[in-house]
Design a protein around this ligand. Structure first.
Ligand code: 2P0
Length: 328
């Protein structure tokens, strides 16, 4: 490798939204979300990324989990960062790895673009503040800015056309309320419909889409207050409603976007049953068939045992809340 190679390295945890993002503001190419969202960053599901930039490279090249990826979205993202440096800036080589399944409904694009944002800006020598990093990460993936922060964060939809206020802000760090997360894997392999395709199709065809946006936005302030007050029951009610209404809007699209399988539904009932018996747990489901159970500190091992016993559950992972993305 040439001696004028510059390298950046970073890691980021996946995040799980409790108040969901599903849909974009129309009429913009800046990937602006239609709704604000509130999420928790996870400790154990990590992306680690190294970016090298060098005048000898004639194109961008990306390797994910040891395989070359030909993804126009990733190339456009790298080109955008390169353009911030100058039209004669060098190309980048990216080596990235997830310690968890990619594109399976476990928020790999969030941790991926958060880690890539930090590593690429370091390699290109760009000194950006937290808000500018958020803007950049959002261009890659609307959920990615949330992974820049520890514990609980809010991704604001923003009002400006230039997207400079569509950024994530920290709400409460992981140590201040160490909730636990149990993930029930109900299918292996990538999901059938990507988040981006699923949300665009919902926007275009679902009669419930506008109701979803209106109700979800109204819920965000209450959820943020519940986090700050550590009011688990309130957060549970708001989060389950957000997840179910997101999926209801997607299912009502034409044709309907159906991410769940029968084990997904069985897990939701198991978690409802556990909660009815007094356990501190609630569910959320993202764009895929996996179920995430959010648990009060100390409650996850009992919840994990219950989910292991659900027919169709293939695997169960437990994780704590984690730190925000960082350079290595
Ligand atoms: C969320 N999801 O709030 C929601 C719930 C999936 C279901 O954010 O198009 O991969 O790259 O901005 O960030 C997934 O959306 O979508 C997502 P793009 P992204 O976690």
């Amino acid at each position: 490798m040439s001696s004028n190679t510059q390298i950046g390295r970073a890691r980021a945890g996946a995040n799980i939204a409790l108040i969901k993002y599903w849909g974009k503001r129309s009429g913009s190419s800046l990937n602006l979300p239609a709704t604000s969202s509130l999420a928790v960053t996870l400790d154990d599901l990590q992306t680690t990324t190294e970016v090298s930039v060098c005048a000898d490279f004639s194109t961008h090249e990306v390797r994910l989990n040891d395989e070359v990826v030909d993804d126009p979205r990733l190339v456009a993202f790298l080109d955008h960062i390169r353009g911030l440096v100058g039209s004669d800036a060098p190309f980048a080589r990216v080596i990235s790895g997830n310690n968890f399944p990619t594109a399976a409904g476990l928020a790999s694009s969030a941790s991926g673009y958060a880690a890539l944002t930090l590593a690429a800006t370091q390699a290109y020598g760009l000194d950006l503040d937290a808000n500018a990093l958020s803007v950049l990460a959002r261009m890659g993936s609307g959920s990615a800015p949330r992974s820049l922060w520890s514990g609980f964060s809010i991704m604001h939809r923003g009002e400006r056309d230039d997207g400079l206020d569509a950024i994530a802000k920290p709400l409460l760090d992981a140590d201040s309320w160490p909730l636990e997360v149990v993930i029930a894997i109900t299918a292996h392999g990538p999901k059938s419909v990507s988040s981006r395709v699923g949300m665009n199709h919902t926007m275009a065809t679902s009669p419930y889409y506008s109701a979803w946006v209106e109700h979800n936005e109204a819920r965000l302030d209450d959820a943020a207050a519940a986090v700050l007050a550590k009011d688990f029951e309130k957060l549970a009610d708001l989060s389950e409603a957000s997840a179910l209404q997101m999926h209801a809007s997607a299912m009502a699209a034409e044709p309907g976007v159906l991410y769940w399988n029968s084990a997904t539904m069985a897990c939701l009932h198991a978690i409802r049953d556990a909660r009815a018996k007094g356990q501190g747990v609630f569910f959320t489901v993202d764009a895929g068939p996996q179920v995430k159970a959010i648990c009060l500190p100390g409650a996850s091992s009992q919840v994990a045992d219950a989910l292991r016993g659900v027919s169709g559950v293939l695997d169960v992972h437990c994780t704590q809340l984690g730190a925000g993305a960082e350079r290595l």
